[in-house]
Design a protein around this ligand. Structure first.
Ligand code: F6R
Length: 612
């Protein structure tokens, strides 16, 4: 949600900033801007995508070797040229970019207006630029000190980068609950809200910690202090990311590339954690805490959106295989409904980005209550990864498409490993069943490959629903959360209204919606409730609904009843979601392309939701 990039060194800043913003556009894309220093602060900003800003820079050709840039996802004030970042102080000398929210901006704005500051935008960000100018002129201190004093007055979550015309060789970066990474070059520094724009410039990075301020001056060592002015030793780490991972690799969209990466990402998630030949599973991150998890009052799985759907499948898996009680809760609800949580509970947090504000806030809350927190996260070194007591990375690699696909199946892989490992430790799995689960999980990447080979057939089926206004997704048992996920994928990228339901719930209400205009996508792979699913399909057909079914290879009965069928390989029921979600991802993708939607950057959405 919003992207920051900044540079100070001896190279021209604007190409670096624009290229970096392009890499970060998946985080926010309603407006973009840069400020470059060349005697004066030169600000260029534009509503729309980074390409619009690029056109402006091609015309105005800003020069300078120090600059800051931002791509925005609006919170305060509509997307517009004027509300785009960077924002400047009244005298125009200080410019800054900001991710996050200043909650007390209205109070501060009124106080600053009384002191003679004039505001140009409706944003919370602009307030900080004026406040820094206020402290600079009042106390005549270096930029880092006026930034520190100003930050003492703001309430909220933020990552900021600040430049000042009067200190032309210096950038100041600071963060509180919003990520910021500093790249170290030779006599130069880069800053970004995540590592993606840095990887092509340097491998050496420092993740700024909460409540830290960094001073970046070429020729000087990186200097970091806390908000209380205590010096900190920068912890330099090596970036483990390849540029190719950030490119589309011949696919028309990141989403399609990421869907097709799944055989590899699922295998990567299992590497070193499962051995099908020797029949074992282990999760290094869980070893120290396994007993505590097995003896917990309950496990509480939390997350948002697609991660929450993965959590629901985690509940089915862990209760089914390890017989440990599990609850799943939206992070935003867990945080604010005053739940009963204590040190006997274990909270499992699921997050692709590791920066989702709702999830982070819930974890801060449960930490105060004494619960153990276990993280299942994709982004290495992210805020959620850092707040947890223990955890496992899912190793899906950078996910750029806003709609989560490969992170979801990697989350499911990890949760399957967790449930199987806990089940073995808890003696709730018969050794033969354990063996079958381990072997079958090892086979999943090949089976996903098999489904991906049906892409063309799925594309043809997509044509049959591309003009629909609504769609219904039905599934039972393990396939119910998959139905929710299928519906979410369709609505977020194609803007078709879609709902997921447990198949048996249809007759309690949604059946009223079914007529010839309602496509119904039925996940019909379960063997345990097969006859009941046959009845559900018959109920839809009796009301002239169009049925697209996802069935197990060789199925005849449901195939006969359906208008279209997608066959997936047979697997054991707890592992079904890893396969049944794949055709739903492809279906949504093709429908969205046929409707001419921006698949990778759907309207109003951002990849990493860093506001509550
Ligand atoms: C949907 C999607 C979102 C995210 C949600 C949580 O495709 O991507 O629903 O799943 O915003 O994000 P993370 O997993 O980064 O915490």
């Amino acid at each position: 949600m919003c992207g920051i990039v900044a540079y100070v060194g001896s190279k021209e800043a604007s190409p670096i900033l624009l290229h970096g913003l392009k890499r970060l556009e998946y985080r926010g894309y309603d407006s973009a801007g840069i400020a470059v220093l060349n005697d004066q602060v030169n600000v260029l900003k534009k509503k729309g995508k980074v390409d619009e800003l690029k056109k402006l820079t091609q015309k105005l050709k800003p020069t300078g070797t120090l600059g800051i840039g931002h791509t925005r996802w609006a919170t305060h004030g509509a997307p517009s040229d004027v509300n785009a970042h960077p924002h400047t102080s009244t005298d125009g000398k200080i410019a800054l970019v900001h991710n996050g929210i200043f909650e007390n901006c209205d109070t501060l704005r009124s106080a600053l207006q009384k002191l003679g500051h004039t505001f140009r935008s409706e944003t919370d960000t602009e307030v900080l630029a004026h406040l820094i100018q206020e402290y600079k002129s009042r106390y005549n201190v270096p930029l880092e000190e006026s930034v520190r004093l100003a930050l003492e007055k703001v309430v909220g979550a933020y990552a900021i980068v600040v430049m000042d015309q009067d200190e032309p060789n210096k950038l100041i970066a600071a963060r509180k609950a919003s990520p910021l990474v500093i790249g170290l070059g030779k006599n130069e520094f880069y800053v970004a809200s995540d590592a993606t724009p840095l990887v092509e410039h340097t491998r050496e990075v420092v993740y700024l910690q909460d409540e830290e301020i960094a001073v970046l001056e070429p020729g000087q060592k990186l200097s970091i202090k806390t908000f209380r002015n205590e010096p900190q030793k920068p912890a330099i780490v090596e970036l483990d990311m390849e540029i190719e991972e950030l490119e589309k690799g011949g696919f028309p969209h990141f989403m399609l590339k990421e869907i097709h990466q799944q055989p590899d990402t699922i295998a990567d998630c299992m590497r070193g954690r499962l051995n099908a030949k020797e029949v074992w599973t282990r999760l290094g991150g869980m070893e120290t805490y396994r007993e505590r998890m097995m003896n917990a009052n309950r496990l509480i799985i939390t997350g948002c959106g697609t991660s929450w759907h993965a959590g629901l499948i985690g509940e089915y898996l862990i209760e089914d295989l390890a017989r440990i009680p599990v609850e799943v809760e939206y992070a935003s609800e867990l945080r604010y409904r005053n739940p009963v949580i204590n040190s006997g509970d274990v909270v499992i947090a699921l997050s692709q980005s590791g920066e989702t504000a709702d999830t982070l806030a819930a974890l801060q809350h449960v930490k105060e209550k004494g619960a153990l927190i276990y993280g299942i996260v994709n982004a290495v070194g992210s805020s959620i990864a850092r707040i947890t007591d223990a955890g496992s990375y899912i190793h899906a690699g950078p996910e750029i498409g806003v709609a989560s696909t490969k992170a979801f199946t990697a989350q499911l892989t990890l949760l399957s490993l967790m449930a199987i490992t806990l089940g073995k430790a808890n003696n709730t799995l018969h050794p033969e069943y354990y063996k079958e689960l381990v072997k079958e999980l090892g086979e999943i990447p090949n089976k996903v490959r098999n489904i991906l080979a049906k892409d063309e057939t799925i594309k043809q089926i997509a044509a049959s629903i591309k003009d629909a206004s609504n769609a219904l997704y039905l599934g039972r048992g393990y396939n119910f959360p998959v139905a929710l996920e299928g519906a979410l994928k369709l609505k977020e990228i194609s803007y078709i209204h879609a709902e997921g339901y447990p198949a048996a719930e249809m007759k309690h209400g949604p059946i009223a919606l079914i007529d010839e205009n309602m496509p119904v996508i039925v996940l019909a792979t379960n063997l345990s409730a097969y006859d009941k699913i046959v009845s559900n399909v018959q109920e839809v057909k009796a009301r002239k609904g169009m049925v697209i079914s996802v069935v197990t290879e060789g199925d005849k009965r449901i195939k006969q009843l359906s208008d279209y069928t997608i066959e997936i390989p047979r697997t054991i029921e707890p592992l079904t979601p890893l396969l049944s979600v794949i055709p739903l991802q492809l279906l949504s993708y093709h429908v969205a392309v046929m409707r001419d939607c921006n698949v990778d950057q759907p309207r109003n959405l951002a990849k990493s939701v860093t506001v509550e």
